[in-house]
Structure formats: structure tokens, C-alpha cells
Design a protein around this ligand. Structure first.
Ligand SMILES: [Zn+2]
Length: 325
């Protein structure tokens, strides 16, 4: 069942206070026991289907010019490494030249392509690494004066060499809402960017000066033409495209009318629990993958796990449960 809020548990100790001490990252970079996560052009170097945690001895002693290092965390559990292992991110420059030095059996891959096969520990590292790597890639120059900035605080701050202004990794809040109607059906949307049978919840960025609740009401009205009467916050998920924090809500409406905006949303559809489960099983409707908060929201409404083709199913799971909220 997925009726609890997302877990606050973490598999990483980010050492947030220690990492800003002078020399912290340099000391870690001299340690032979550290493990290195490598990113290039928004993709991580994978070791088979797992995120690669490379021993320094397996990598070139001299990194490509323009490489940025970031202290990620001490591994607590779930990474297949000794507890306390320091994890360091190596962000290769966009034009990193010849990459034939990467260890045999490894290849670069994007999060969406590999996420479903990752362990919870790998997901946490991947998302942190991708978000901070994206930030470094787009904040090479000072937004005030255009001078080159320098990476400091173990990769968690950049400072302008001209005016000394300090810049920190940004997180962009976005809202994502599962809409529940007066008859307890769920309203899902099909976007132009997706296959015509893929349905999901509605999401959008929080604007400057707006609360997340106001953003949720505005986005739902804009994209699917529904007026929400109440909202219930469920939980959040970091999502590295490019560095978002998805704030998940259940949204309730007394209206059963909806109007797609024809800009982002191609179509909307109300589903009962029985309809959604049957169509997912037959393949006539696709829903978001299990790692996404969108799926968490849909299953929260559903009241349990939605079975997909290929799942091993206990007979009891095929009975649609009642309302969960
Ligand atoms: Zn500046």
C-alpha cells in the first residue's frame, strides 16, 4: 500500500557543515578509499545497470582540463559500499575530449533511461549529482558582471572573481497534482509530448511570489480547466530536470467538467479505479513509472499498487481497493 507520505529517510550523509571548511574536498580527493561518480553532458557513467562508483586507481591520475569536483556525501547504506565511504562527483567539461579512458564495461546514460533499474541508494546519488552538475554547467559566469566564477565549498558554492558575489545551487519548486472529482474518479491528462495513450497528473513550476497551493490551483485551471475546491499536501520528490523539487498534492474538485488547454495538454480523461487498472493491464493506457511522485499520487488515490503487464500478481491484488483518502 502507498498510503504513507514519502519517507524522510536518507541513505546519504551530505556533511553540509563540514564540506564548507577549507581543504575538506582536497583531503577527500587525496584519499584512496573515496569513490567517484562521473557525469558528462547530463549523463552518468554507469557500471552495467548500476551507477558507477569508481575507485580512484581505476581512473586517470590527471582529470581532463576543466573538470569540476563536488563532494556528494558519505554513503550510509544501500550503495554496496562500506558505511562512511566518501562519494565525490567528477563533472567532466562539455568538451572533455577523448573519453577512451573510461573503464571497460561502462557507458554514460541519462536518468530517464536507467532510473527504473536503479536501487534507492543509486537514485539518491544520481539525483543529487545530476542537479548539482546541471547547476555548475550553467553557472560558469557571474550573473551580476559576467566574470568567470570559481567553485568553492567542496563544489556547493561559486564565487565571482571580480565582485566576490557568492552563488549557490538553486532548486526550482514545482507542483504536481492528482485531481479527484465528485464521484471519486481521477482526472489524468495526456500531453502532446507523450504517446497518445499515456496519462499522468498535471504539473507546473511555482512562479515568483506564489505559494505552492496558489500555483497548484492556477496550473490546474490553466492546463485542464478545472477549479480545485481543496488541496491536500502529500510529499515531495527531487527531480533533476533540471533541478526541480516536485511538491505533490491531492486536489479535489466538485466539477466533473475539464477542458484541455490544447497547448501542453492534448486530452483529459476521468478514470474509475476499475477502468484505470483494466486499461493499464491491457496496455490501452500507460501511467507514470513507479519511481515518480506522479505514480505515488495516482496510487494514493487508487488505494494500493496498480498492477502492470509483467508484474507477478497475487490474486488478492487484482481486486480494486476502496478509496484511500
Ligand atoms: Zn561578478
Amino acid at each position: 500500500m502507498t498510503n504513507s507520505n514519502p519517507s524522510p529517510e536518507t541513505l546519504l550523509d551530505r556533511q553540509c557543515e563540514q564540506r564548507s571548511e577549507p581543504g575538506y574536498l582536497e583531503t577527500v580527493l587525496e584519499s584512496g578509499t573515496r569513490r567517484v561518480v562521473i557525469f558528462h553532458r547530463g549523463k552518468a557513467l554507469m557500471n552495467g545497470s548500476s551507477l558507477g562508483y569508481f575507485a580512484p586507481a581505476t581512473l586517470p591520475s590527471e582529470p581532463p582540463a576543466g573538470t569540476t569536483y563536488v563532494y556528494l556525501a558519505k554513503a550510509l547504506a544501500g550503495h554496496g559500499l562500506p558505511v562512511g565511504t566518501d562519494l565525490v562527483l567528477q563533472v567532466l567539461p562539455y568538451d572533455a575530449g577523448d573519453l577512451t579512458w573510461v573503464p571497460a564495461g561502462t557507458e554514460f546514460a541519462g536518468y530517464r533511461d536507467v532510473a527504473s533499474a536503479l536501487t534507492a541508494g543509486d537514485v539518491e546519488v544520481f539525483v543529487e549529482a545530476q542537479a548539482v552538475a546541471n547547476w555548475h554547467a550553467t553557472h560558469t559566469h557571474c550573473p551580476r558582471c559576467g566574470t568567470l566564477t570559481e567553485s568553492l565549498s567542496s563544489g556547493w558554492m561559486r564565487r565571482c572573481g571580480q565582485d566576490g558575489s557568492e552563488h549557490f545551487p538553486r532548486t526550482d519548486p514545482a507542483v504536481i497534482v492528482a485531481i479527484v472529482g465528485p464521484d471519486d474518479r481521477i482526472l489524468l491528462a495526456n500531453n502532446f509530448a507523450w504517446a497518445e495513450n499515456k496519462y499522468s497528473t498535471v504539473a507546473g513550476f511555482v512562479e515568483a511570489g506564489e505559494s505552492s497551493e496558489q500555483a497548484a490551483v492556477r496550473e490546474i485551471a490553466e492546463e485542464v480547466g478545472v477549479v480545485l475546491d481543496s488541496l491536500s499536501y502529500v510529499g515531495s520528490q527531487a527531480w533533476p530536470f533540471p533541478r526541480s523539487l516536485m511538491l505533490g498534492f491531492m486536489g479535489y474538485t466538485n466539477s466533473s467538467v475539464s477542458t484541455p488547454d490544447n497547448v501542453e495538454v492534448r486530452a483529459t480523461r476521468w478514470f474509475s479505479r476499475e477502468e484505470l487498472q483494466a486499461e493499464v493491464l491491457s496496455g490501452s493506457a500507460g501511467i507514470p513509472g513507479r519511481l515518480s511522485i506522479a505514480r505515488e499520487l495516482v496510487e494514493r488515490w487508487y488505494g494500493g499498487r496498480i498492477t502492470e503487464p509483467g508484474d507477478v500478481v497475487e490474486p488478492a491484488e487484482l481486486v480494486a481497493p476502496g478509496a484511500a483518502v
